[in-house]
Design a protein around this ligand. Sequence first.
Ligand SMILES: [Zn+2]
Length: 63
Amino acid sequence: MMQFSQNCLVTCPSCFETFSVSGPSPSETPTEWDYDCEVCCRPMTIQFYLDEDTVVAETHSDQ
Ligand SMILES: [Zn+2]
């Protein structure tokens, strides 16, 4: 089975802009990344988990 990273759409919890990040490969999930928003640069936490064979990203505010 091929394992490859996927682009995940995330919504910033601070400015609510949506952008895509190059997520982890499915074998690396579930995992959690500290990430700075590419739009407003505020820190957030992105949780990646596997739904079927798709990596899903969920964002949380870091404050
Ligand atoms: Zn933002």
